[in-house]
Design a binder for this molecule. Structure first.
Ligand SMILES: [Zn+2]
Length: 130
């Protein structure tokens, strides 16, 4: 009788541990979801900027990062320039001295479109999501 009771208690303990571990796993999953969605809010897709077929990853020592607000002046020796602005994870070319200014008129680079690209043909510059 006594042995039977002991077995029952340990069985209960095992069940409790099972329930606790399930709750812990579920809680961890929910917490990590909340953390990644609402707290980190990081965009995993960075942008890539190309000038003349060469990738530009930083301007004056500042890394081009979609998660960091900033303005980058991309220019060359001949005086051609494009001003790229990253604001609230949106990227656009806000100023340029190219003749057509198609790059400026493009506005924000669209993330919801598959192959959206800001193109400045006269300056041979492109901006797109990686
Ligand atoms: Zn342009």
């Amino acid at each position: 009788m006594l042995i039977g009771k002991r077995e029952k208690i340990s069985e209960k303990k095992v069940k409790m541990l099972e329930i606790i571990s399930i709750i812990a796993i579920v809680a961890f999953a929910i917490l990590s979801y909340i953390f990644s969605t609402f707290i980190l809010k990081k965009d995993s897709r960075n942008i890539s900027v190309y000038v003349d077929g060469k990738r530009i990853t930083q301007v004056n020592g500042h890394k081009i990062d979609i998660n960091v607000n900033g303005t980058y002046v991309i220019g060359d020796k001949s005086g051609d320039y494009n001003v790229i602005e990253i604001k609230d994870k949106k990227v656009s070319c806000i100023e340029a001295n190219c003749p057509d200014e198609i790059c400026v008129k493009h506005g924000d680079l669209r993330k919801d479109l598959d192959n959206d690209m800001i193109i400045c043909a006269p300056h041979r510059m492109t901006i797109q999501y990686e």
